[in-house]
Write a protein that binds this ligand. Structure first.
Ligand SMILES: Cc1ncc(COP(=O)(O)O)c(C=O)c1O
Length: 387
């Protein structure tokens, strides 16, 4: 063992030596089999797995048209283009989201106009969105944050009343269900799912645009492939496009993941229930909103808000010392450096969003989290909060 240099003393073995990670994808033999088969087929892009994944995903959701893309961000970009966004347009959206839901608007020269969020669901409401509409507003881009369904019936009404387009950011909400029983993303609007490695279903990187009609699918299929229509000749292009294609290996992974989706969603719901029970009596701690009125969250992350007066970042440090990973989640978009500098946003504009963003942290959360790991996280959090 020794190579002549003094070895540092081994730290005492501790039950907290292996940190509880924030997320861990579930991949097994089926994923290995399909990815390997695809790899060995020699067809690594624009092959049969693409349509297989799109069709299987569309069937699972109960929709007719889905278009697989290289990421959720790419999907949002193509979806707002298909919706008809133009440079100079204002689009009402949420400041409490992953930055991509606002960034995609900037790609097209449109301006994200934020409104404050609802304290229970953490989503924007149709009422708040209505107040943010001006004569330059052309669209609405609600996000189902942390998988909790937004009030889409209300947004659909608002869009119809004010002649606005509507794109749903469903990136975090696979498995969510609206009060009327319809799955999130299956209401006939353009909707965009994401399959990054921490999502309910992963293709490593990837996304899926749900298209309301064949024309939207045709446009998105073309724009993801440099503007080439499916029936066009090699290297002929009839519109501007991008390279937002999803490769065959990712599609194979997606097909295998879809086969175990119900089990993975149930695993997430199980872990959420364990956390919910174990944390219910922690004074001042805000837990994710319980499902209400038939709405069902598609569990994606487990985000709590530390009690008033507690420093969230101190809590994260204290958790780390106890071998538990956690992250501030999510920061307010309008207060990010780029958005402050570009649009002159200031603190105080969206007080609910800012308060929630200051106090939120994501705890370890994935379908395979064991009961003893949940207990360890809960114990560490109680100790960190001193309650
Ligand atoms: C709400 C939301 N929108 C958009 C995205 C972008 O997805 P991707 O990371 O696949 O580009 C994500 C993913 O993290 C997200 O959570």
């Amino acid at each position: 063992m020794s190579e002549g240099r003094a070895q540092p003393a081994e730290p005492a073995a501790s039950p907290t030596a292996t940190p509880v990670p924030l997320a861990r994808p579930v991949v097994g033999e089926r994923e290995e089999q399909l990815v390997l088969e695809t790899l060995r087929s020699g067809r690594l892009a624009l092959g049969p797995r693409l349509a297989e994944f799109e069709d299987a995903f569309a069937r699972r959701l109960g929709v007719e048209h889905a278009s697989a893309v290289s990421s959720g961000t790419a999907g949002l970009h193509l979806a707002i283009r298909a919706a008809g966004v133009e440079p100079g347009d204002e689009v009402v959206t949420t400041p409490f989201s992953f930055v991509a839901s606002a960034n995609c608007l900037l790609y097209e020269g449109a301006r994200p106009v934020f409104c404050d969020i609802d304290r229970r669901t953490l989503n924007i409401t149709p009422e708040a969105a209505a107040d943010a509409i001006t004569d330059r507003t052309t669209g609405l881009l609600p996000v189902h944050i942390f998988g909790y369904p937004s009030d889409m019936a209300g947004f659909e009404q608002l869009a119809a009343d004010r002649a606005l387009w509507l794109v749903e950011d469903t990136c975090e909400a696979l498995g969510g269900v609206h009060a009327d029983g319809r799955p999130v993303g299956a209401r006939g609007n353009l909707a965009v799912f994401a399959f990054y490695a921490n999502k309910q279903l992963t293709t490593a990187e990837g996304g899926m645009v749900i298209c309301p009609d064949p024309a939207a699918k045709e446009r998105i299929d073309s724009e993801r492939n440099q503007g080439r229509a499916p029936d066009m000749g090699w290297l002929d292009h009839d519109r501007l496009g991008f390279n937002y294609r999803l490769d065959e290996l990712s599609c194979a992974l997606g097909v295998a993941q879809l086969e175990r989706l119900e089990q993975m969603l149930a695993g997430r719901a199980r872990v959420a229930a364990l956390y919910g029970e174990a944390l219910a009596d922690v004074d001042g701690l805000t837990l994710p909103a319980a499902d209400d009125g038939g709405e069902r969250r598609g569990w994606f992350v487990y985000v709590v808000q530390v009690p008033e007066g507690v420093d969230r970042d101190d809590t994260i440090r204290a958790l780390r010392e106890r071998g538990v990973d956690s992250k501030p989640y999510l920061p307010a978009i309008h207060l990010m450096t780029f958005y402050r500098e570009r649009f002159g946003h200031r603190e105080g504009e969206f007080p609910v969003c800012e308060d929630v963003a200051r106090r939120s942290l994501a705890l370890p959360f994935h379908p395979g989290l064991r009961e003893d790991e949940v207990e360890r996280v809960v114990g560490a959090l109680r100790a960190a909060l001193g309650r």
